[in-house]
Design a protein around this ligand. Structure first.
Ligand code: UT7
Length: 322
C-alpha cells in the first residue's frame, strides 16, 4: 500500500513587508536582497496570529480540497520550529481548533526540513495501514524569532503554512522519502537561546533569535541538496528527465538554481514562491506545492521532487506521483 496526496492547502497572513519597508529598518537595499536571495516581499503574522492559526487555515483548505471532515482525520503531524508553546504541541492545538478528537497529534522539529520529515513520518503510518487520513502540516511564524536589527537574517524570513491530506492508495503516491541530518554543522544556523539552554547571564528567553553564518550555510546547502536529489533518482532508477516539477525549499534563488541545474531542469519546471513569501522555513515546500496545484501547473499523474534544507543541519527529499 502507498499513501497519496488527496488534497492540499496553504495560508499566508495578510500583512506584507516589502524590501523597501526593510530599507527603513536596517542598512540594506531592495537591490541587495533581490540579487542575493530572490526575495521581494514576505508575509508576516499579526501579533495575535500564532503558528497554529496559520496551520488551521491551511488545514481547512487541504481538507476541503480532499473532501474530508474532522471525523476522517486520524493522524496529525506538524513540521515547525516556531511552535505556539513548548506544550501543548501545535498538532494538539490544531486538532482542538478543527474539532478533531483522539488521534495522534504532534510536531516535528527539523527547522526548514520539518515538512519533509513530517511527510515522511505520516507516509509510514498511512502505507503501513496505521492511519487512513493523515493531516501533514508545515507552519511557521519565523518573524517571532527574527532579530529585526540583524540585516543578515531579517531580510530572508516570512510567515505562512501549508498542509496536505494523505490517504491510502494502491498506486504510488509518495514513492520514496529520504531524510538526512548532520549535527556537526549545528552552530552555523541556530537560535541564540532556547528552553534548556540560555546564554550566560541572560534572562529567560531574552534575545531568542535566529543566527546564521549565511555564506557557509549556502555552500553546504548546495552540496547536500545536489546529493539528496541524486540519491532520490538513483533509489528509484529514474532519469532526471522524468521529473515534471521540482518543488524546492525556498531559501535562496541561487541555491534553487544550483539544484535545478544538477537535475537539468529549466526554471519553468521549478515552483518558485520565494519572491512573494521569502523563506517560510517548514512551510515553504507545502505552500509552493499548493500554490502550483491551485494555479493548474501541477496536474494529477505528474512526478514531483520535493526537497528542503535547514538548521541542524537537516535535509531531505520526497518523490511524489501527484
Ligand atoms: O532555510 C534554511 C537554510 N538557509 C539557507 O539556505 C540560507 C543560505 N544562505 C544564503 O542564502 C546567503 O548566504 C545569504 C542570502 C544569507 C547571503 O548572501 P551571500 O551572497 O552569501 O552574502 P554574504 O553573507 O557573503 O555577504 C556579502 C556582503 C557582506 O558584506 P562584506 O563583508 O562583503 O562587506 C555582508 O555584510 O553583504 C553584506 N550583507 C548585506 N548587505 C546589504 C549581508 N546582509 C546584507 C543585507 N543588505 N541585508
Amino acid at each position: 500500500m502507498y499513501s497519496r496526496i488527496a488534497g492540499t492547502g496553504h495560508f499566508a497572513p495578510e500583512k506584507i513587508l516589502s524590501n523597501s519597508d526593510l530599507e527603513k529598518l536596517v542598512d540594506t537595499s531592495d537591490e541587495w536582497i533581490r540579487s542575493r536571495s530572490g526575495i521581494e516581499r514576505r508575509h508576516l503574522a499579526d501579533d495575535d496570529q500564532a503558528t497554529s492559526d496559520l496551520a488551521v487555515e491551511a488545514s481547512k483548505a487541504a481538507m476541503e480540497a480532499a473532501g474530508v471532515g474532522p471525523d476522517d482525520i486520524d493522524f496529525i503531524v506538524v513540521g515547525t520550529t516556531t511552535p505556539d508553546l513548548v506544550f501543548p504541541n501545535v498538532g494538539c492545538i490544531v486538532q482542538q481548533q478543527l474539532g478533531i478528537h483522539g488521534c495522534a497529534a504532534f510536531s516535528v522539529e527539523a527547522a526548514c526540513s520539518g515538512f519533509i520529515y513530517a511527510l515522511s513520518i505520516a507516509d509510514k503510518f498511512v502505507n503501513s495501514g496505521q492511519a487512513r487520513c493523515a493531516l501533514v502540516i508545515g507552519a511557521e511564524t519565523l518573524s517571532r524569532i527574527t532579530d529585526w536589527t540583524d540585516r543578515t537574517t531579517c531580510v530572508l524570513f516570512g510567515d505562512g503554512a501549508g498542509a496536505v491530506i494523505l490517504q491510502p492508495s494502491d498506486e504510488a503516491g509518495i514513492i520514496s522519502t529520504h531524510l538526512r541530518a548532520d549535527g556537526q554543522y549545528r552552530n552555523l544556523l541556530t537560535t541564540t537561546a532556547g528552553i534548556s539552554v540560555q546564554p550566560e547571564g541572560a534572562a529567560l528567553r531574552e534575545g531568542f533569535n535566529v543566527r546564521m553564518a549565511g555564506n557557509e550555510v549556502f555552500k553546504v546547502a548546495v552540496k547536500s541538496l545536489e546529493s539528496i536529489v541524486e540519491e532520490t533518482l538513483e533509489a528509484n532508477g529514474l532519469d532526471r528527465s522524468e521529473i515534471d516539477w521540482l518543488i524546492p525549499h525556498q531559501a535562496n534563488m541561487r541555491i534553487i538554481k544550483a539544484t535545478a541545474k544538477r537535475l537539468g531542469m529549466p526554471l519553468e519546471k521549478v515552483v518558485l514562491t520565494l519572491r512573494d513569501y521569502g523563506n517560510t522555513s517548514a512551510a515553504s515546500v507545502p505552500m509552493a506545492l499548493d500554490i502550483a496545484i491551485r494555479d493548474g501547473r501541477i496536474q494529477r499523474g505528474q512526478l514531483l521532487l520535493l526537497e528542503a534544507f535547514g538548521g541542524g543541519f537537516t535535509w531531505g527529499s520526497a518523490l511524489v506521483r501527484y
